[in-house]
Design a protein around this ligand. Structure first.
Ligand code: MN
Length: 242
């Protein structure tokens, strides 16, 4: 099995190394990741300048770096390696739950694989100061991979680890729980500038990704590329036939 591993934190992230090492127990692994951090780049692609794909030294792994976005990396990785069976992205240094799924480069890299018809899983874990002990996640990572490989009808999966996992839960995206807001400040030259900040604002809905993480479960959310609102489409057809 050919497993392409990417991320948005960059090729030097400890998270991608941990993920690639576990992936090696399942098949041939190739890492293709951004040369610098590309977090919150979402599904951006590079179209106004050429991209470069270069060998990157990474202990015990075949790896390449790309001077582009996470989606660029998966596109170039699939271009350079025939018949990739599976794309894994992460482990992101920070959760990708709720609205962050929209901003995430880690999830976008998995979505890019899905566009190309390759099954994909995005993995994310809480951002903490200092060294993360990825050994805690390893058994759950393997459980998710085994489950995913046994169910070919799950083409795109978003997985988030809590600090200390105690099991797996199927979840939905908690979009109602938006926590992004803008804080103005002043720079040393007296100019006003702005920071995007986050703070939980509402009660967490049960069975969502955020709920699972708060309960200590690994959150598994099946995603799809089709954004069509089927319910409203049917209602629109009924209310205003055109
Ligand atoms: Mn990131």
């Amino acid at each position: 099995m050919r497993i392409l591993v990417s991320n948005d934190d960059g090729v030097h992230s400890p998270g991608i190394y941990a993920l690639a090492k576990v992936a090696q127990t399942y098949g041939d692994v190739r890492v293709v990741a951004p040369d610098v951090e590309q977090s919150a780049m979402s599904h951006a692609i590079t179209v106004r300048r050429p991209l470069h794909y270069a060998v990157q030294k990474l202990d015990g792994l075949e790896a390449y770096k790309v001077d582009g976005t996470p989606a660029d990396c998966v596109a170039l990785g699939a271009h350079h390696w025939d018949k990739v069976d599976l794309v894994l992205t992460g482990i992101n240094l920070g959760l990708n739950i709720g609205h962050n799924i929209w901003h995430s480069g880690t999830v976008a890299a998995a979505k890019q694989a899905s566009f190309l018809g390759i099954p994909a899983i995005a993995f994310s874990a809480p951002a903490i100061e200092g060294d993360v002990d990825y050994a805690v996640y390893e058994p759950y990572l393997k459980q998710v991979l085994d489950l995913f490989l046994a169910h070919p009808d799950l083409p795109l999966l978003n997985v988030n680890f809590p600090d200390e996992p105690k099991g797996l839960r199927w979840t939905k995206m908690s979009v109602r729980h938006y926590e992004g807001y803008v804080i103005p400040g002043e720079d040393p030259m007296g100019r006003t500038h702005y920071w995007f900040a986050e703070e939980p604002r509402e009660r967490v809905e049960e069975d969502t990704d955020r709920w699972a993480i708060e309960q200590g479960y690994v959150s598994l959310t099946p995603l799809r590329l089709d954004l069509t609102d089927e319910r409203r489409l049917a209602a629109a057809h009924a209310a205003a036939p055109v």
